[in-house]
Design a protein around this ligand. Structure first.
Ligand code: APR
Ligand code: ZN
Ligand code: ZN
Length: 361
């Protein structure tokens, strides 16, 4: 048995996305079919379309999603039909050496659905990040479904599935920002702003936002930045030091993914401070630093993959804090759009006009 739904696919490298009929098999052992209610548009979806991730076209795009479990396969006990869930791309295996050492957020063998969704002619689809949620329904591994409070809006909840979690997690999980810390965030798009909101949630005393676009700096203030620096006109390293008694920030979060901004982060942190790289570089980028500075300045240089999140721990917690008004996840939803508007949303994202466009069903 299977069912047919509408979904957005990227048919080939740099070809426009289009809506197609998708065939969804019934869930097999360990799998679930989820009725999607909302799915955010992320840079990674655009990278898939551009062929920047791999060549396994056609892709079923979309991966920042929330919805309701429709059916589950054999042996699924953690979720049941009717559960409101946020989809994640870190369904931990419980068996690999990271999981066995009690560090499941580094799981090296995360689960996706085993069966394939297809086009009507049988062509197998590659779901973006093992999710594929620009579709009325999708098939995932049951562990990719994280139950959260159903009172929250799906458009808001779904954002935890990727970029917003990456940013918040870069601050609270990877950077371990603590009460009273000084934090600088370089790059204030959706990810950087989420890092700012996360730093505020963690009790940072000073939060310095750095960007080359004044519009972004304005938004960063509403997310919790206490100071802003336009690095087009001002040297960000000097500015961050000046704002921290000449020392540099305790934690600097790089949310652009470029060597020059990484260098700024490296030199804008206090001695023994922490640099967190959450921006995603491209394969050809190279970093050059005096090794004596890497040694002499001490501290830690970390990267943050999906905000080092553990979905089962972090999603329900952040939704609860949102519901209590302690972090405003709704502020990341710039606009809601229809399934047919994804191509336009890519253009708006590229132009820096939105934090997140969210497809609602
Ligand atoms: N210095 C400071 N800020 C910069 C610079 C720079 N040299 N170049 C770009 N920016 C700013 C942009 O003005 C924008 O506000 O970085 C921000 C990037 O934001 P978005 O394009 O909205 O990207 P976002 O979704 O936040 O993701 C940021 O994290 O997950 C990764 O792939 C993602 O690498 C990307 C990064
Ligand atoms: Zn594992
Ligand atoms: Zn994403």
């Amino acid at each position: 048995m299977s069912q047919q739904v509408q979904g957005v696919i990227a048919p080939g490298k740099n070809e426009p996305v289009r809506i197609e009929t998708i065939v969804i098999p019934d869930p097999g052992p360990g799998e679930a079919v989820v009725k999607i209610q909302a799915c955010g548009v992320c840079h990674t979806d655009l990278h898939y379309k551009q062929g920047g991730i791999n060549d396994d076209f056609p892709f079923l795009l979309g991966h920042e999603a929330a919805g309701v479990v429709e059916s589950v396969g054999e042996g699924v006990t953690d979720v049941a039909p009717g559960d409101f869930v946020v989809l994640n791309w870190r369904a931990v295996c419980g068996q690999c050496r990271a999981c066995l050492r009690g560090r499941p957020w580094y799981c090296f063998d995360t689960h996706n659905a085993k069966q394939k969704m297809t086009l009507l002619d049988g062509t197998e689809l590659s779901p973006a990040l093992g999710i594929g949620a620009f579709a009325e329904k999708t098939l995932v591994a049951a562990g990719q479904c994280t139950k959260v409070d159903p009172e929250v809006s799906p458009a808001v909840a779904g954002l935890l599935g990727c970029g917003v979690m990456a940013g918040i997690g870069a601050a609270i999980n990877t950077g371990q920002v603590g009460r009273g810390d000084s934090v600088a965030v370089i790059g204030c798009g959706g990810v950087g702003d989420a890092a700012i909101a996360g730093a505020r949630l963690a009790g940072a005393a000073k939060i310095i936002a750095v960007d080359i676009d004044d519009r972004k700096l304005e938004t960063a203030r509403t997310m919790g930045a206490t100071h802003t620096v336009n690095s087009r006109s001002t040297d960000p390293v000097e500015a961050i030091r000046a704002l921290t008694d000449g020392n540099g920030a305790d934690v600097v979060i790089e949310a652009v993914g470029r060597p020059e901004t990484y260098k700024q982060a490296f030199y804008a942190r206090d001695l023994a401070g922490t640099v967190v790289l959450v921006g995603v570089p491209t394969p050809e980028m190279q970093l050059e630093l005096p090794l004596i500075d890497v040694f002499g300045r001490g501290g830690s240089l970390k990267s943050s993959w999906y905000g080092d999140c553990l979905p089962s721990r972090d999603f329900p917690m952040l939704i609860d804090l949102h519901q209590q008004g302690r972090i405003d996840l709704g502020a990341f939803v710039t606009e809601t759009i229809g399934l047919g508007d994804v191509e336009q949303a890519f253009a708006r994202m590229h132009d820096g006009d939105v934090l997140r466009s969210v497809v609602v069903f």
